[in-house]
Write a protein that binds this ligand. Structure first.
Ligand SMILES: Nc1nc2c(c(=O)[nH]1)N(C=O)[C@@H](CNc1ccc(C(=O)N[C@@H](CCC(=O)O)C(=O)O)cc1)CN2
Ligand SMILES: Nc1nc2c(ncn2[C@@H]2O[C@H](COP(=O)(O)OP(=O)(O)OP(=O)(O)O)[C@@H](O)[C@H]2O)c(=O)[nH]1
Ligand SMILES: [Mg+2]
Length: 463
């Protein structure tokens, strides 16, 4: 692997204004290169003699001129993030000094690092697994605390362990199967069909649990787009304001108040919702208001894009045709019916039973008086699966991982079906091998270059 022998450098802190900016240098010639451009302040000190896990103050030199003050932090291979010799150089923030430092390093023989190249070297030096490398990216991207906790448990290697358990069980089964098929004359104990199918079923269930946790984990890490829909005047904007905790959207008793889509991010329990308040939807005739008609078109478009729908109804009025049209369009979607204005509702108003077939959940509320907020929070967590998710348990954290886990699960399902339909053990063994291969792809053992390329494509430079 030719590129492992180069020495690379990149800005490790975000570009822009800041107190300090840190440039990281990694590779076999890190000490040689930094020695050429770093002048220690204290006499008798030198980069070449610096021990790992020590710091040194100096200046960096660009074309021989003394530039900014610079603190160097030394790591000696293999005790560093990448497993190589690493030196971190911190200068004053803003990009000017860091840019000069990078220029000096490149002039002295450093190569600029590619996206994720530090982490890639850590992977290639066996300092982390592929799933851990992906988790590094998630830690950088995580903005909610729960999302960060999930990513951290993957970084700790808990995800690799969870997958490893499945892998081990299947490998043991495969070894037994191979021995039994290939060495019939030896005294290999027979593999009972019940034991074989039992193990496959158990491990398939473990994969199912991983797969079903993926979308809920993604919701915690990235939040979800949530649209507020309903006919005019039912209280959509009132609900938006309640969730936002301030007066974000105009609320009036006039039907048709909201025209454009109003966007606001809010935190509801452990989930971050990107809320979209929309114009009230209703049937408008050909002679209708052109502005309203365009607003309504945009409202419906949002329905298709949202990961969560809050369909708002006026509980104090019987369902209208517009209400029923909305309900019908919500069927099969992650949609919650909010029966608003409970304070005005009587016995004969909106019948829950009519809405039940179209919605996953129905929540009575009085948005104006903040009644029903906890019930809504619980319904959202339940529907998105975040309520059922153990934040300590590691989850799959990329679409690539999900695809590999799904391939493994499907192969196991096929193996089980093969046995149940009376096919020979050899047919089931082929499926089992496929499942194992998919798991190897997942953890990065035997991962192809293309897979590794795919993972690092989206990394940022400096990581
Ligand atoms: N300044 C700095 N902070 C950072 C990083 C970094 O690279 N530099 N990291 C980058 O993401 C994270 C920490 N990751 C690291 C992982 C291992 C080692 C390391 O040197 N490990 C050695 C020594 C351990 C010891 O002896 O205490 C080893 O494991 O052998 C360093 C950083 C977060 N903070
Ligand atoms: N009694 C009662 N009134 C409410 C409640 N929620 C909202 N309202 C009132 O209903 C009226 C309409 O509220 P909005 O939030 O503007 O309704 P909207 O669905 O956004 O309406 P459009 O933007 O026109 O589609 C206002 O006068 C609110 O004060 C509630 O829970 N109870
Ligand atoms: Mg409104």
């Amino acid at each position: 692997m030719e590129h492992l022998h180069t020495t690379i450098c990149a800005l490790a802190t975000p570009p822009g204004e800041g107190g300090i900016a840190t440039v990281r240098v990694s590779g076999p010639d890190a000490y040689g290169i930094v020695g050429k451009i770093f002048a220690p302040v204290r006499q008798g000190k030198s980069v070449a003699d610096a021990k790992g896990y020590t710091a040194m103050l100096g200046h960096y030199l660009l074309h021989g001129a003394e530039m900014d003050e610079c603190v160097a932090l030394f790591f000696r291979a293999p005790h560093s993030y990448t497993g190589e010799d690493v030196i971190e150089l911190s200068v004053h923030g803003g990009t000017a000094m860091a840019d000069g430092l990078l220029e000096a390093l490149i002039t002295a023989g450093c190569a600029p690092a590619g996206p994720g190249e530090f982490t890639r070297r850590a992977l290639e030096n066996g300092r982390m697994s592929l799933t851990q490398a992906e988790a590094v990216m998630e830690v950088i991207a995580a903005n909610g605390r729960q999302g960060a906790a999930l990513a951290k448990s993957a970084l700790d290697g808990r995800l690799a362990k969870r997958i490893g358990k499945i892998q081990t069980a299947l490998q043991t089964l495969n070894a037994h199967l191979t021995a039994w098929v290939d060495y019939p004359e030896e005294d290999v104990p027979e593999l009972s069909d019940a034991a074989f199918v039992g193990t496959l079923t158990e491990q398939k269930a473990a994969l199912d649990a991983l797969i079903s946790g993926y979308s809920a984990g993604a919701v915690l890490r990235h939040g979800v787009d949530c649209v507020l829909l309903g006919r005019p005047n039912v209280g959509k904007s009132t609900l938006l304001n309640l969730l936002a905790g301030f007066d974000r959207a105009i609320v009036t008793p006039v039907a048709g108040t909201t025209r454009d889509i109003v966007e606001q991010a809010v935190q509801l329990g452990s989930v971050r919702l990107n809320l979209f308040d929309t114009a009230g939807v209703r049937e408008v005739g050909a002679d209708g208001d052109a502005i309203e008609a365009e607003g309504i078109r945009r409202s419906w478009r949002k329905l298709d894009e949202a990961g969560l729908v809050l369909a708002v109804f006026d509980a104090a009025q019987p369902l209208s045709d517009d209400d029923l049209e909305l309900a019908r369009r919500c069927q099969g979607r992650p949609a919650i019916a909010v029966l608003n204005k409970q304070d005005l509702a009587g016995e004969t108003d909106v019948p829950r039973g009519t809405l039940e077939p179209y919605f996953k959940k129905i929540v009575p509320m009085c948005a104006r008086d903040a009644v029903g907020l906890q019930a809504l929070t619980d319904a959202v967590a339940d529907l998105l699966g975040t309520a059922q998710l153990d934040p300590e348990a590691a989850q799959l954290c990329s679409a690539r991982q999900l695809a590999a886990a799904t391939r493994a699960r499907d192969a196991l399902a096929e193996a089980i079906a093969a046995r149940q339909n009376g096919f020979g053990l050899d047919a089931a063994a082929v499926c089992l091998t496929d499942a194992l291969q998919a798991l190897f792809d997942l953890t990065g053992e035997n991962a192809s270059d293309a897979t590794i390329e795919e993972v690092f494509e989206t990394f940022c430079v400096g990581k």
